[in-house]
Design a protein around this ligand. Sequence first.
Ligand SMILES: C[S@@+](CC[C@H](N)C(=O)[O-])C[C@H]1O[C@@H](n2cnc3c(N)ncnc32)[C@H](O)[C@@H]1O
Length: 470
Amino acid sequence: MPEKSNSNPNLPTISLFAGAAIGDKGLEAAGFRLELHNELESDRSGLISANFPQSRVISGNILDRETEIIAIGQKLQRREEVFALVATPPCQGMSPNGLGTLLKNYRLGRRPKLDQRNRLILPALRIAAALQPKWVILENVPRMSNTAIEDEAGTLVRILDLIPQYLGIDYVGEAKVVEFADYGIPQCRQRLITIYSRLPEARELLEAGGSFIPEPTHQKLGNNGLANWVTVRQAIGNFPPLDAKTAKTARDNRIPLHRVPVLDSKKYEWIRHTPENQSAFNNQCVNPECGFDGNPNHGTSRDSAGINRARQDTPLYCLKCGSLLPRPFAINKDGTIRIMKGYTSAYKRMSWDMPAPTLTRNLSFACSDRKIHPVQNRVLSLAEACQLQSISDFDYKWELISAREGKIQKASDRLIREAIGESIPPRFMQILGQHLLSISNREVIADSNKPVQLQLFSEEYLHSLSKASL
Ligand SMILES: C[S@@+](CC[C@H](N)C(=O)[O-])C[C@H]1O[C@@H](n2cnc3c(N)ncnc32)[C@H](O)[C@@H]1O
């Protein structure tokens, strides 16, 4: 049964870079009351409006709307201090490694080319500094811990070092890479969770060696008294089968969103011959009179620059009988064929007995990393993806309210797929929210009887914020 909202007016919460606010559903179930959202894309903002009717949704670029967000946040504070500010900035620009070299070169005066998208965290930190919420919750890819940006003075600083500079000495915090499968989500998905608080209870907890990140409930092999990771089979094993061969077999109208794209006949053949947890790039001979299974697998080799690249010489024809192997190929201009460019993680099936691999915006594309159903000839349906991201456990509506006309529309499959792929599993956010509440509980109860101390900012200060450049 999906969770019902039991949000508490004493826990006003703001969500920045909110996406479709899927993770926020978990916080809501924990009791947080989502009162203000900001999101760039209008269709995602429409989803937020449909799912959080009580929230003020500011649709637009945070850089243009910063002053307005602070002003609305301050209005909220007249009733109750902001309990939590959640910010989940986009992760596309986060660097995989090389922070040490980057900082060294920078100090030597060599100005590196930096991805400006990473600086989007600055307006979020300015908003947090202005509103002083009790909790600041940041989510991003683990690579964020290795990413540096130029601060407002133009100095290169690691993002994680910048956060306490903005929040000030009243805050204490920690950053930790979390594996969501360790919390019973049927999916391996790692994210960096950074949490700061200005509550005395929170400081005491950290000083006593405690953590703002809840203890895992699950473990890969179920050791130490924890439950086993939840597998794909347990999560979606009882969905009715689908088959991507025809439009009729690719959907089951009895279950909302249980539908998949139809595959063209070539791709269908490659996938049809692929065993569980294997890639179509390693398919073996399917000639019934041959069945040779010793054709070399696909793989990688180092090029002259030492970079690992997918091999181009992987055989497409059986070494024993010469028949075409059902492996992904591309057609050359002269009509001959060659092995398709790609790694063995492409056209690969998931495993039944593990959590799903990380769901991404590309979850409906067979050619993307490990997107094929463990045994059926298709990718995951949107309904299964909702289950694997724990969205089905919550009351999330895939409809959007358009800001202009106020009309309710159905979300497109593209919007649903992208929103799922970018979201935080709401089940994790619920567990996190409950943990933070257990730390701050005494304070929350005490606060409801106490007049709120307002931290208002001058017009001049707000004006300077709006002019602060990215
Ligand atoms: C990782 S997603 C957030 C997912 C969300 N936490 C959830 O659980 O559904 C990041 C969002 O930031 C939005 N975004 C990117 N640039 C932005 C900007 N300049 N201003 C406001 N939002 C922005 C993107 O459109 C995207 O929806």
